[in-house]
Structure formats: structure tokens, C-alpha cells
Design a protein around this ligand. Structure first.
Ligand code: TXA
Ligand code: MG
Length: 358
């Protein structure tokens, strides 16, 4: 086990000494976890094969699951891509730095270890001053998956990274809470039609407005595509809490009634039950743990809290989880996508089934 250094640095007053130390670690082939506006990333040099291998080892992640290359200025994109489409420039102007990842054709300088054997590369410029400073200090190309052990929820706090990565990485930059709380939107620009492979804060509609063409929703909210997942990462059971999880959908009263009944049945069977709900219905439930994710309609609050709530259920050994469905627009779609993934697509229609499990 190596010793992981934790260094705190504010986004307003960035500690330059810490950042240059972190950059030197990455340049030498080491790993540094860092905050972004979406979730914490586990960074290594994107252009060194050995760094990508170390990232996979630290996460316990299969090496055919490609990494996102993080850059800190637009011009950096030219070295790592080829046949760059005009849409990339348009999207960068509209959304970078920000929570959008573009899939592009890769150039030869990007090792296949970084792209999981693919001829395409995922590129993103994060909207976070610490992340941007670190990328610059590291030579400009930082490969970074979310800084969780494979199969656990992405980390939105430095404490989460510490739980998963202590002893596995050289350094952790603690920059406080990630403000969006869900991973970036991924858009594939290499196919005939652009396609969202993973929904996030930047919605399909926002992309269509900028590009002026229809965008497909390949990383659908509801189910994996029949041809198999386009983003290789989507085939793994991500974001999975230890407890058996069910999302309950329908009219509010029916949802509350179904969750109440199921909770009392499960508790009689000796299960430890956790409930994820809106502030408005929080008082309706009696369970071992009831977590409100924010007011109904405040989908950003739900995004910010989801992974921390799932982690807290894990650490309290919750064996059974019920979540109200979060519908709605904008990032609400991404929240629902992550909830369904965490639940292994286990959905219960509160009305149709009279609350019976499907
Ligand atoms: O918000 C984020 O994107 C965070 C922060 C740290 O930037 N990163 C992140 O990385 O979520 P990761 O590795 O946990 O998820 C990256 C996803 C995976 O599902 C992977 O399969 C997909 O992006 N991906 C990466 N490169 C790809 C490529 N060339 N083609 C298709 N999918 C790709
Ligand atoms: Mg991840």
C-alpha cells in the first residue's frame, strides 16, 4: 500500500504549490484524484500507457472500458483527435468548460490503453478551476474516470474518494463538494447522427439547439439498447448500492402507499430498509433510513444528493431500498437514468400493480 497524500485547496484561492506537486506526480506516471463540477475524477497522464493501466488497477475496472481525456484549452483537442467535425467546435463554444464529453476519432498519440482498444477518444473540458489548473500542470492531457472503485457510486465528496482510493493513489485534492453530482453528458460525434450515450446536465434538447440537427438518445433513460451498449461503460452494472433497490413510479398517493406497504413487509422479514424520496413526502414514511433528495421539481438537488445517499445506505448496511421516481425535465432525466441503473432497471408501477412487486 502506498500512502495517499490529501491536500485541501479552495477553488477561489488555488494553492499553486499543491497543484504543481500534483502535476509532477501525474507527469511521472502517478495518480491524483481531483474535483470537477460533475464528480471527482481519478487522474493520470492520458498519453502514457502505464498510467492508464494504473487507473484500471486502482479502480478494479476492466481495461476495455475507455477513459475520458480531460483538457484545459480548446487547441489541445487537435493533437489527440483527427477529422474533427465542425459540431465539436460549436459544442465547445456553447458548453466548454462544462459537463459535456464528446466522442471523436482519436489520433495516434493517444494509446489504446486509454481508449480501451477503441479508435475513438472521449474528450472533456471540466468547469472547475482546480481541475483546469491540475490539467495544465500535468502537461495538458489527464485521463480520468470517476474516482470510485468499480461498481460503487461515483464520488461527489473527497471523503467518498478517500473511502475507495486510500492507499491506491499518490494524492487526493480535496476541493469540497462537486456541484452537479452526476457524471457529464456523453455525445458521440463519430456516427452518422450525433447520439447521447449517457444523459447528464447538458440535455439532448440543449445539444440540438446548438447543432441544429436531431440528436439520438442512445443511452436511453429506460433501457439499454438492444444492440448492446454504445458506451462500453454502460454494459457494466454501475452505480450499484449493496442493497436490493426498486424504483416506484406512479401518482404520488399510490407511490407513497406502495412504498409504505412494502417497507413494513420487508422490515417484518428483518430487512434494513432505506427510502429515497422528495422533501414533500419525507414525513409519510417510517423506515430505518428515509432520505429526502430535495423538493419535488428541484432535480438539481436530487442530482447533487443521489450518490451520497446511496453511499450512506451502503455504510449503514441497508439491505432493501425503495426510491420514488424522479421524472421531470432537464437533469431530471439523468437522475432517473442513474436511479434505474442503480436499481438494475427494477421498476414497480404503483397503480397498475396495486403495489405488488413485478
Ligand atoms: O463527469 C464525468 O464525465 C466524470 C468526470 C471525472 O469527468 N468522468 C467519468 O468517467 O464519468 P467514467 O470513466 O466513470 O465514465 C466514462 C464513460 C464510460 O461509460 C465509458 O465507457 C465512456 O465514457 N467512454 C469513454 N470513452 C469512450 C469512447 N471512445 N466511446 C464510447 N464511450 C466512451
Ligand atoms: Mg464512472
Amino acid at each position: 500500500m502506498m500512502e495517499t497524500i490529501i491536500a485541501k485547496t479552495g477553488e477561489e484561492h488555488i494553492d499553486r504549490v499543491i497543484i504543481s506537486e500534483a502535476g509532477a506526480i501525474i507527469k511521472k506516471g502517478g495518480l491524483v484524484a481531483f474535483p470537477t463540477e460533475t464528480v471527482y475524477g481519478l487522474g493520470g497522464d492520458a498519453l502514457q500507457r502505464a498510467s492508464a493501466r494504473k487507473i484500471y488497477a486502482a479502480k478494479g475496472r476492466p481495461s476495455d472500458n475507455p477513459l475520458i481525456v480531460h483538457i484545459c484549452q480548446w487547441d489541445a483537442i487537435r493533437k489527440i483527435t483527427k477529422n474533427l467535425p465542425h459540431a465539436a467546435k460549436l459544442l465547445a463554444e456553447a458548453f466548454w468548460p462544462g459537463p459535456l464529453t464528446m466522442i471523436l476519432e482519436k489520433s495516434d498519440v493517444v494509446p489504446v490503453e486509454t481508449t480501451g482498444g477503441l479508435s475513438t477518444v472521449a474528450v472533456r473540458m471540466p468547469d472547475h478551476r482546480i481541475a483546469l489548473a491540475l490539467i495544465e500542470a500535468s502537461g495538458g492531457y489527464v485521463a480520468a474516470p470517476s474516482a470510485n472503485v468499480s461498481g460503487r457510486p461515483s464520488p461527489t465528496l473527497a471523503e467518498h474518494v478517500w473511502e475507495d482510493m486510500n492507499g491506491r493513489i499518490e494524492m487526493l485534492l480535496d476541493g469540497g463538494a462537486a456541484c452537479i453530482g452526476l457524471e457529464s453528458t456523453i455525445v458521440d460525434l463519430t456516427a452518422d447522427r450525433p447520439a447521447v450515450l449517457r444523459p447528464g446536465y447538458i440535455t439532448k434538447e440543449m445539444l440540438e439547439d446548438v447543432m441544429g440537427v436531431p440528436v439520438e438518445a442512445a443511452g436511453a433513460v429506460m433501457e439499454e439498447s438492444a444492440q448492446g451498449p454504445k458506451a462500453p461503460g454502460m454494459k457494466y452494472r454501475h452505480y450499484a448500492p449493496a442493497g436490493e433497490m426498486t424504483v416506484v413510479r406512479g401518482k404520488e398517493e399510490a407511490v407513497v402507499a406502495a412504498i409504505r406497504r412494502l417497507t413494513s413487509e420487508k422490515r417484518q422479514m428483518g430487512e434494513t430498509v432505506g427510502i429515497i424520496c422528495a422533501k414533500e413526502t419525507w414525513g409519510c414514511y417510517e423506515a430505518d433510513y428515509v432520505e429526502a433528495m430535495g423538493s419535488k421539481g428541484d432535480e438539481l438537488a436530487a442530482a447533487q444528493h443521489l450518490y451520497a445517499v446511496l453511499r450512506s445506505f451502503d455504510s449503514r448496511h441497508v439491505t432493501c431500498i425503495y426510491s420514488e421516481a424522479f421524472t421531470g425535465q432537464g437533469i431530471g432525466q439523468a437522475v432517473m437514468n442513474r436511479l434505474l441503473k442503480a436499481a438494475g432497471y427494477h421498476i414497480l408501477e404503483a397503480e397498475k400493480t396495486g403495489g405488488k412487486e413485478l
